[in-house]
Design a binder for this molecule. Structure first.
Ligand code: ADP
Ligand code: MG
Length: 147
């Protein structure tokens, strides 16, 4: 377990790579808003809960880092919400409570192996978040809508 970490902000446009290249959409947050927090956290894959103001609270698995496969020059925060949405939600307020860590950032020899690993991370997050110690955070006031 890690010290729970709260970050929130509007969902911004990324490179559009998540859904198009990987089939895995990630709701990007502006990393420069959290640079202090991020510099203290090792790059890698985390899991937790995601609150969307008008939609509810969902499980999420999140990459924090440089996306070595894509050679990014900026650190990014990219949560994949483990829920099927019928529409995009750019601009909406997204609140994240990060409660656990899965693995360090890694490079992959192929897109297929990267995608497979992300799906495995998703399954790990799904299961872990059902454990009482992590499930309890779903009801955190910081995830609730301010509406
Ligand atoms: P971008 O590079 O702009 O982040 P993506 O291909 O990663 O584009 O797609 C992310 C967008 O897809 C999010 O900003 C959100 O509006 C939408 N979206 C739809 N379903 C999901 C989901 N399950 N998890 C995260 N984002 C989702
Ligand atoms: Mg994205």
């Amino acid at each position: 377990p890690i010290e729970p970490l709260y970050i929130g902000g509007p969902v911004i446009k990324g490179f559009g790579r998540g859904s198009k290249v990987l089939g895995i959409p990630t709701a990007n947050l502006a990393a420069h808003d959290f640079s202090a927090i991020l510099s203290e956290h090792t790059s890698g894959v985390y899991f937790g809960w995601a609150g969307l103001s008008t939609r509810g609270v969902f499980k999420m698995v999140m990459s924090v880092g440089w996306n070595p496969y894509f050679d990014n020059t900026e650190k990014t925060i990219e949560p994949w919400l483990l829920h099927k949405f019928d529409e995009d939600f750019y601009g909406e307020e997204l609140r994240l409570l990060v409660v656990g860590y899965i693995r360090p950032e890694a490079n992959f020899p192929s897109l297929e192996s990267l995608i497979a690993r992300i799906h495995e991370d998703g399954k790990i997050a799904e299961k872990a978040l059902d454990l009482p110690i992590y499930a309890a955070y779903k009801n955190s006031p910081c995830l609730a809508s301010s509406l």
